[in-house]
Design a protein around this ligand. Structure first.
Ligand code: FAD
Length: 373
């Protein structure tokens, strides 16, 4: 069994793997070249929406379903294990339909929820207004109301995972991973700056930078940064906890009356700058459905990079042809939600050689190699 595990990258995915390894008595070294959760993991909106039943054919359905359930369980133990309160909160969520086609899809989703015995239903725009008092609905034709749904403070949740792992015995080391040390087709260490940190198992969890590992692994790792911007506001009158979205855009009331408005999907390489165009697009969306937000005060605008894989599905599992090396990346827009089962499944795979938590077949790191499938 692997005893010296090195995890490259201390984002939410690396942190979750370290946490689940530590629960099994294996204390990993997380190597991080910036800060814990300094990338997308620290800047995400932290929305945790369970998947809708009619999406059950999707390869990430189980990852989302388990993700939501495990977050609920973790919220009862992780704050105490880590000493970090990361503000897990239930919030009703409405998916707005503003066109005829969206209404048809939303009504079908509501029916699927009812059939599955889940708490969700179609609501008219007037009910949206009554329920919230502040989402007036604009051009909405109605919405699917989903309860429960939840959110966390993404930075503090990621920090909680790493801190809990450290309290059990894991360590965080500063430095840039530059490659692997191998002997006879198996990994024996990780090159950090000019040093080699010895390892029996290595996990590459470097978020959007995971593609850098392609030359170390001799395997295509098609990961692209997908930039997302968020605008934070506060002070809108009578704001009650609620979250709504349409397509990839959303509004979520977070802690202490701060409202997160998001978000964009931009393919602009590793540029992490904020833009006026994104701010205007996001504000136009939010005010269009909740006009009261017009009088809210601007707090901050952030931008960060999601790790998006070549086919949009996470890359998780053992690297073929190089014993002891694993990839865990490509969680795109849902890495916070999907982190608990990802961390648990990866820990099981490293320690037991297999996992019961998830079928990892759709996430196979070898699927992009020439000649595979
Ligand atoms: C605007 C926005 C909103 C989002 N909202 C949500 C949401 O509401 N819900 C949700 O579930 N998900 C959300 N996400 C997605 C989520 O943030 C990501 O999927 C997740 O954070 C990815 O985690 P990660 O650990 O793979 O990557 P990262 O957080 O990028 O962590 C990777 C780490 O590796 C380090 N690293 C890189 N290269 C090296 C190296 N060579 N050596 C050492 N360290 C290295 C980096 O510094 C970084 O800290 C959002 C993302 C964005 C951008």
């Amino acid at each position: 069994m692997a005893e010296r595990v090195v995890i490259c990258g201390a984002g939410v995915i690396g942190g979750s793997i370290a946490y689940h390894l530590a629960k099994r008595g294996v204390f990993a070294t997380l190597v991080e070249n910036d800060g814990v959760a300094a990338g997308a993991s620290g800047a995400a909106a932290g929305i945790l929406t369970p998947p809708l039943p009619h999406t059950s054919d999707s390869p990430v359905f189980e990852l989302q379903r388990r993700g939501y359930d495990m977050h609920v369980e973790l919220s009862r133990t992780l704050p105490e294990e880590s000493g970090v309160d990361y503000g897990f909160q239930y919030t009703p969520r409405a998916t707005i339909a503003a066109t005829e086609e969206e209404e048809r899809a939303a009504r079908a989703a509501a029916e699927a929820l009812t059939a599955a015995g889940r708490d969700g239903r179609w609501i008219e725009t007037s009910e949206l207004r009554e329920l919230t008092g502040w989402v007036d609905g604009g051009e909405a034709r109605g919405a699917v109301l989903l309860e429960p749904s939840a959110h966390v403070d993404a930075y503090r949740y990621s920090l909680a995972l790493v801190t809990a792992a450290e309290r059990m015995g894991a360590t965080v080391r500063s430095g840039e991973v530059r490659g692997l040390a191998t002997e006879d087709g198996r990994v024996v260490g990780v090159r950090v700056g000019d040093d080699v940190v010895e390892a029996d198992a290595v996990v590459v969890a470097m978020g959007p930078w995971s593609g850098d590992s392609s030359s170390w692994l001799g395997l295509p790792v098609p990961i692209e940064p997908l930039k997302g911007q968020i605008v934070k506001v506060q002070g809108a009158p009578d704001i009650t906890p609620f979250s709504f979205g349409r397509g990839g855009m959303y509004v979520v009331v977070k802690h202490e009356g701060i409202v997160f408005l998001g978000t964009t999907e931009e393919r602009v390489g590793f540029d992490r700058g904020t833009t006026v165009e994104a701010r205007d697009e996001i504000l136009e969306f939010a005010v269009g459905f909740a006009s009261g937000l017009e009088s809210a005060e601007f707090v901050e605008q952030t931008a960060c990079l999601r790790p998006l894989s070549g086919d949009g599905v996470p890359i998780m599992g053992a690297v073929p042809g190089l014993e002891g090396v694993y990839l865990a990346t490509g969680h795109g827009r849902q890495g916070i939600l999907q982190s608990p089962p990802s961390g648990l499944a990866m820990a099981e795979l490293i320690l037991d050689g297999a996992t019961d938590t998830l079928d990892l077949t759709p996430f196979d790191p070898g699927r992009f190699a020439t000649g595979s499938r």
